[in-house]
Write a protein that binds this ligand. Structure first.
Ligand code: E4P
Length: 217
Protein backbone atom coordinates (compact mmCIF):
# COMPACT_ATOMS: atom_id res chain seq x y z
CA UNK A 1 0.00 0.00 0.00
CA UNK A 2 1.27 3.45 -0.90
CA UNK A 3 1.51 6.29 1.65
CA UNK A 4 0.57 9.79 0.53
CA UNK A 5 1.05 12.63 3.02
CA UNK A 6 -2.00 14.81 3.54
CA UNK A 7 -0.46 18.23 4.13
CA UNK A 8 1.06 21.30 2.46
CA UNK A 9 3.65 21.62 5.24
CA UNK A 10 6.91 21.26 3.31
CA UNK A 11 9.11 20.59 6.38
CA UNK A 12 6.81 17.78 7.55
CA UNK A 13 6.77 16.22 4.07
CA UNK A 14 10.57 16.47 3.84
CA UNK A 15 11.10 14.72 7.19
CA UNK A 16 8.97 11.73 6.14
CA UNK A 17 10.42 11.79 2.61
CA UNK A 18 13.94 11.39 4.00
CA UNK A 19 12.72 8.19 5.73
CA UNK A 20 11.30 6.80 2.48
CA UNK A 21 7.71 7.12 3.73
CA UNK A 22 6.39 9.41 1.00
CA UNK A 23 4.90 7.87 -2.15
CA UNK A 24 2.96 11.06 -2.90
CA UNK A 25 1.25 14.09 -1.37
CA UNK A 26 -2.32 15.39 -1.23
CA UNK A 27 -3.37 18.96 -0.57
CA UNK A 28 -6.72 20.73 -0.54
CA UNK A 29 -7.84 24.37 -0.11
CA UNK A 30 -8.01 24.00 3.69
CA UNK A 31 -4.46 22.62 3.84
CA UNK A 32 -3.20 25.46 1.59
CA UNK A 33 -4.85 27.93 4.00
CA UNK A 34 -3.16 26.18 6.95
CA UNK A 35 0.25 26.41 5.23
CA UNK A 36 -0.15 30.18 4.78
CA UNK A 37 1.55 29.84 1.37
CA UNK A 38 0.68 30.57 -2.26
CA UNK A 39 -0.74 27.42 -3.91
CA UNK A 40 1.50 27.54 -6.99
CA UNK A 41 4.65 28.31 -5.02
CA UNK A 42 4.15 25.65 -2.32
CA UNK A 43 3.07 22.98 -4.80
CA UNK A 44 6.17 23.69 -6.91
CA UNK A 45 8.36 23.31 -3.84
CA UNK A 46 6.75 19.98 -2.92
CA UNK A 47 7.23 18.71 -6.49
CA UNK A 48 10.92 19.70 -6.37
CA UNK A 49 11.66 16.65 -4.16
CA UNK A 50 8.57 14.40 -4.20
CA UNK A 51 8.58 12.27 -7.34
CA UNK A 52 5.22 10.52 -6.78
CA UNK A 53 1.80 12.07 -7.47
CA UNK A 54 1.16 15.45 -5.81
CA UNK A 55 -2.53 16.38 -5.72
CA UNK A 56 -3.45 20.03 -6.20
CA UNK A 57 -7.14 20.93 -6.06
CA UNK A 58 -9.16 23.16 -8.37
CA UNK A 59 -11.51 25.67 -6.71
CA UNK A 60 -13.84 26.62 -9.59
CA UNK A 61 -17.32 25.08 -9.69
CA UNK A 62 -18.05 24.90 -13.43
CA UNK A 63 -16.39 22.46 -15.82
CA UNK A 64 -14.86 25.04 -18.22
CA UNK A 65 -13.29 26.94 -15.30
CA UNK A 66 -12.18 23.74 -13.55
CA UNK A 67 -10.53 22.53 -16.76
CA UNK A 68 -8.63 25.82 -17.11
CA UNK A 69 -7.51 25.70 -13.47
CA UNK A 70 -6.58 22.03 -13.82
CA UNK A 71 -4.38 22.70 -16.84
CA UNK A 72 -2.65 25.53 -14.96
CA UNK A 73 -2.02 23.31 -11.92
CA UNK A 74 -0.83 20.43 -14.12
CA UNK A 75 1.74 22.75 -15.71
CA UNK A 76 3.52 23.07 -12.33
CA UNK A 77 5.18 19.65 -12.70
CA UNK A 78 4.65 16.36 -14.55
CA UNK A 79 3.71 14.55 -11.32
CA UNK A 80 0.72 16.76 -10.50
CA UNK A 81 -2.61 14.97 -10.03
CA UNK A 82 -5.40 17.49 -10.57
CA UNK A 83 -7.92 17.14 -7.78
CA UNK A 84 -11.56 17.76 -8.68
CA UNK A 85 -14.70 17.44 -6.54
CA UNK A 86 -17.19 14.65 -7.16
CA UNK A 87 -19.83 16.81 -8.80
CA UNK A 88 -21.22 16.50 -12.32
CA UNK A 89 -18.91 19.32 -13.46
CA UNK A 90 -16.02 17.65 -11.66
CA UNK A 91 -16.69 14.42 -13.57
CA UNK A 92 -16.76 16.33 -16.88
CA UNK A 93 -13.43 17.90 -15.92
CA UNK A 94 -12.05 14.48 -14.99
CA UNK A 95 -12.98 13.07 -18.40
CA UNK A 96 -11.37 15.96 -20.29
CA UNK A 97 -8.16 16.15 -18.25
CA UNK A 98 -7.63 12.38 -18.08
CA UNK A 99 -8.13 12.20 -21.88
CA UNK A 100 -5.38 14.81 -22.19
CA UNK A 101 -3.07 12.50 -20.25
CA UNK A 102 -3.17 14.24 -16.86
CA UNK A 103 -3.58 12.34 -13.58
CA UNK A 104 -6.89 13.19 -11.92
CA UNK A 105 -7.86 12.63 -8.28
CA UNK A 106 -11.63 12.79 -7.77
CA UNK A 107 -12.22 13.96 -4.21
CA UNK A 108 -15.08 14.35 -1.72
CA UNK A 109 -16.40 10.84 -2.49
CA UNK A 110 -18.93 9.53 0.01
CA UNK A 111 -20.70 6.71 -1.88
CA UNK A 112 -19.87 3.66 -3.98
CA UNK A 113 -22.02 4.98 -6.84
CA UNK A 114 -19.95 8.18 -6.90
CA UNK A 115 -16.81 6.04 -7.08
CA UNK A 116 -18.28 4.05 -9.98
CA UNK A 117 -18.90 7.28 -11.92
CA UNK A 118 -15.37 8.54 -11.23
CA UNK A 119 -13.85 5.32 -12.58
CA UNK A 120 -15.98 5.54 -15.73
CA UNK A 121 -14.84 9.17 -16.19
CA UNK A 122 -11.20 7.99 -16.21
CA UNK A 123 -10.08 9.01 -12.70
CA UNK A 124 -6.55 7.99 -11.73
CA UNK A 125 -7.53 8.14 -8.04
CA UNK A 126 -10.82 8.14 -6.16
CA UNK A 127 -10.71 9.71 -2.68
CA UNK A 128 -13.37 8.32 -0.33
CA UNK A 129 -13.38 10.30 2.95
CA UNK A 130 -13.45 7.80 5.82
CA UNK A 131 -13.20 10.14 8.82
CA UNK A 132 -15.96 12.47 7.69
CA UNK A 133 -18.34 9.49 7.29
CA UNK A 134 -17.38 8.24 10.75
CA UNK A 135 -18.09 11.78 12.05
CA UNK A 136 -21.77 11.35 11.10
CA UNK A 137 -21.97 7.76 12.43
CA UNK A 138 -21.65 6.04 9.04
CA UNK A 139 -18.96 3.43 8.41
CA UNK A 140 -16.21 4.87 6.22
CA UNK A 141 -14.42 1.53 6.04
CA UNK A 142 -17.52 -0.18 4.61
CA UNK A 143 -17.34 2.33 1.76
CA UNK A 144 -13.71 1.41 1.03
CA UNK A 145 -14.72 -2.29 0.99
CA UNK A 146 -17.66 -1.65 -1.36
CA UNK A 147 -15.51 0.34 -3.80
CA UNK A 148 -12.81 -2.37 -3.71
CA UNK A 149 -15.41 -5.01 -4.63
CA UNK A 150 -16.93 -2.94 -7.44
CA UNK A 151 -13.57 -1.96 -8.96
CA UNK A 152 -12.36 -5.57 -8.81
CA UNK A 153 -15.63 -6.90 -10.29
CA UNK A 154 -15.13 -4.81 -13.41
CA UNK A 155 -11.34 -4.48 -13.42
CA UNK A 156 -11.40 -0.67 -13.13
CA UNK A 157 -7.84 0.69 -12.91
CA UNK A 158 -8.76 3.74 -10.78
CA UNK A 159 -6.77 3.57 -7.55
CA UNK A 160 -8.61 3.77 -4.21
CA UNK A 161 -6.99 6.59 -2.25
CA UNK A 162 -8.43 6.38 1.27
CA UNK A 163 -8.66 9.94 2.61
CA UNK A 164 -9.78 11.73 5.77
CA UNK A 165 -7.67 9.29 7.76
CA UNK A 166 -7.76 10.13 11.45
CA UNK A 167 -6.03 7.23 13.24
CA UNK A 168 -3.46 4.47 13.03
CA UNK A 169 -6.33 1.95 13.05
CA UNK A 170 -7.76 3.55 9.92
CA UNK A 171 -4.45 2.90 8.16
CA UNK A 172 -4.36 -0.77 9.23
CA UNK A 173 -8.01 -1.33 8.30
CA UNK A 174 -7.51 0.25 4.86
CA UNK A 175 -4.49 -1.99 4.28
CA UNK A 176 -6.54 -5.08 5.26
CA UNK A 177 -9.42 -4.10 2.96
CA UNK A 178 -7.05 -3.47 0.05
CA UNK A 179 -7.05 0.31 -0.49
CA UNK A 180 -4.30 1.12 -3.01
CA UNK A 181 -3.20 4.27 -1.16
CA UNK A 182 -3.88 6.00 2.15
CA UNK A 183 -3.33 9.69 2.50
CA UNK A 184 -2.73 10.62 6.12
CA UNK A 185 -1.50 13.65 8.06
CA UNK A 186 2.14 13.42 9.26
CA UNK A 187 1.08 12.84 12.90
CA UNK A 188 -0.93 9.75 11.93
CA UNK A 189 2.01 8.31 9.93
CA UNK A 190 4.26 8.86 12.97
CA UNK A 191 1.67 7.29 15.29
CA UNK A 192 2.01 4.02 13.33
CA UNK A 193 5.37 3.52 15.08
CA UNK A 194 3.93 3.77 18.58
CA UNK A 195 3.17 0.81 20.89
CA UNK A 196 2.86 0.84 24.66
CA UNK A 197 4.81 -2.45 24.93
CA UNK A 198 7.67 -0.99 22.85
CA UNK A 199 7.90 1.92 25.32
CA UNK A 200 7.67 -0.40 28.33
CA UNK A 201 10.25 -2.85 26.95
CA UNK A 202 12.69 -0.05 26.14
CA UNK A 203 12.32 1.44 29.61
CA UNK A 204 13.21 -1.93 31.20
CA UNK A 205 16.19 -2.44 28.88
CA UNK A 206 17.50 1.04 29.78
CA UNK A 207 17.19 0.32 33.52
CA UNK A 208 19.00 -3.03 33.21
CA UNK A 209 21.68 -1.54 30.95
CA UNK A 210 22.42 1.19 33.50
CA UNK A 211 22.98 -1.54 36.13
CA UNK A 212 25.66 -3.22 33.97
CA UNK A 213 27.80 -0.06 34.19
CA UNK A 214 28.89 -0.71 30.58
CA UNK A 215 29.19 1.61 27.57
CA UNK A 216 29.14 0.70 23.87
CA UNK A 217 30.86 3.90 22.78
C1 E4P B 1 -7.33 14.45 1.13
O1 E4P B 1 -7.29 14.29 -0.05
C2 E4P B 1 -8.48 15.04 1.82
O2 E4P B 1 -8.68 16.34 1.38
C3 E4P B 1 -8.27 14.98 3.31
O3 E4P B 1 -7.83 13.68 3.64
C4 E4P B 1 -9.48 15.37 4.11
O4 E4P B 1 -9.25 15.09 5.47
P1 E4P B 1 -10.15 15.70 6.65
O5 E4P B 1 -11.51 15.12 6.54
O6 E4P B 1 -9.45 15.27 7.91
O7 E4P B 1 -10.15 17.19 6.45
Amino acid sequence: MKFFIDTADVDAIRELHDLGMVDGVTTNPSLILKSGRDIIEVTKEICSFVTGPVSAEVVALTAPEMIAEGRKLAAIAPNIAVKVPLTWDGLKTCKVLSSEGFMVNVTLCFSANQALLAAKAGATFISPFIGRLDDINLDGLDLIGDIRTIYDNYDFQTQILAASIRSANHVKDCALIGADVVTAPPNVIKALAGHVLTDKGLEQFMKDWAKTGQKII
